[in-house]
Design a protein around this ligand. Structure first.
Ligand SMILES: Nc1ncnc2c1ncn2[C@@H]1O[C@H](COP(=O)(O)OP(=O)(O)O)[C@@H](O)[C@H]1O
Ligand SMILES: [Mg+2]
Length: 375
């Protein structure tokens, strides 16, 4: 049996309202020391407000925030020992790069020799030791953000908070800085909370992701858990493409099932919260788990008519119409591409019920799966 280490950062029922509107409903969260956690969610879902409360710039209405066992409620922001990086670089324009990075050390009254040593080391770590004497306006956007990063970790904070730090940069630079931030923060062993609305960024960088929706965390887990075991329609549709079948939940032997227009569809997982008497459920099947062939023993299947074939080199995406249900998407990998399929071809689509997930029925669908077809 493994013993869960004590949480490094702990939020308990933290809440923030502005007048009659609720920015953060009630967030509880445990982050381990050295962990890289992303907050991922649509705009306005409460990510920044949560981060600002951890940093101390915003006071929660209620709830507790602890860092390394200490209650932060009454601790001033600059005494929390937390480094912060925002989307806008927020460097001091009149100071050189070295002076910018030295600033938090001078605030904390480090001796001059220590300041020099730590600034030199931090600038080396972000590959800017050649630019120490330049002013921020003589740097590119990516370089400025590396200065902001160095300034945020130079005083060896217990926690590093980053709010969409790469949001203003172009895609190529963003990807190279993602790798740099991952390498650096893991080297330093620092605990990170990283806010983003970019799914790929969160998947690439994080140990765990907290999916935000409407002022709260909808589900938290590693990428695989969120993708393979979503607990709500919101998470299922926010993380990648999915096919969703709706209908009343029924018992089916020891497993769960729903009755759809396309037949009874099963899953071995029958979450307790979805009893046979629960009204409607949604069965989620990822497009790459669906196959164009007659079902093998134990598989489920639906009949469909191909409506669209998109060849993408390494994959092929099929859209197909299921009578009484609507459109589904099937992703075939390169070695499995069916080249004879055309719009109008009748097909049987099958999958293993193990690859289907049952979630409560809900209207919280913010990211329709077909949106990504345009890519
Ligand atoms: N200072 C503020 N005054 C009033 N409403 C705010 C303030 N800050 C945030 N909000 C509201 O709280 C909600 C959550 O905002 P925010 O935490 O910035 O979301 P996110 O970072 O996920 O985009 C939004 O509806 C936003 O308009
Ligand atoms: Mg924000």
């Amino acid at each position: 049996m493994s013993i869960e280490p004590a949480a490094h950062l702990q939020l308990e029922n933290v809440r923030k309202t502005y007048g009659s509107s609720t920015a953060v409903e009630s967030v509880s969260l445990n982050v381990r020391e050295g962990e890289f956690v992303s907050f991922l969610g649509p705009s306005g879902s409460g990510k920044t407000t949560t981060l600002q409360m951890i940093a101390g710039f915003v006071q929660p209405d209620s709830g507790v925030i602890r860092l390394a066992g200490k209650d932060l409620t009454t601790v001033a922001p600059y005494k929390r020992n937390i480094g912060v990086v925002f989307q806008s670089y927020a460097l001091f324009p009149h100071m050189t790069v070295a002076e910018n990075v030295a600033f938090p050390l001078k605030m904390r009254k480090f001796p001059a020799s220590e300041v020099r040593r730590k600034v030199g080391l931090a600038l080396e770590q972000v590959h800017l030791d050649q630019c120490a004497d330049r002013k921020p306006d003589a740097l590119s956007g990516g370089q400025q953000q590396r200065v902001a990063l160095a300034r945020a970790f130079v005083f060896e904070p217990k926690l590093l908070l980053m709010d969409e730090p790469l949001g203003a940069l172009d895609k190529k630079l963003r990807e190279s800085l993602q790798i740099e931030i991952m390498r650096l923060t893991r080297e330093l062993g620092i605990t990170v909370i990283y806010v983003t609305h970019d799914q790929d960024e969160a998947l690439a960088m994080s140990d765990r992701i907290a999916i935000y929706n409407r002022g709260g965390i909808e589900q938290m887990g590693n990428s695989r858990e969120l993708y393979e075991k979503p607990e709500s329609m919101f998470v299922a549709t926010f993380m990648g493409d999915s096919n969703v079948f709706r209908g009343p939940v029924t018992g089916h032997g020891l497993s769960g099932a729903i009755e759809t227009a396309a037949g009874i569809l099963r899953t071995p997982d029958s979450p307790a919260r979805l009893s046979a008497r629960a009204s409607d459920g949604c069965l989620v099947v990822r497009p790459e788990k669906m196959h164009v062939r007659s079902p093998n023993l134990g598989e489920d299947s639906v009949y469909a008519t191909v409506t669209n074939v998109v060849y993408l080199g390494s994959t092929q995406r099929l859209l197909a119409e299921v009578p009484g249900h609507g459109e589904i998407m099937i992703k075939q990998s390169a070695d499995n591409v069916d080249s004879v399929l055309r719009p109008g071809s009748p097909i049987t689509v099958s999958w293993n019920p193990v690859d289907a997930v049952l979630v409560p029925g809900s209207d919280a669908v913010n990211a329709p799966s077909t949106e990504r077809l345009a890519v």
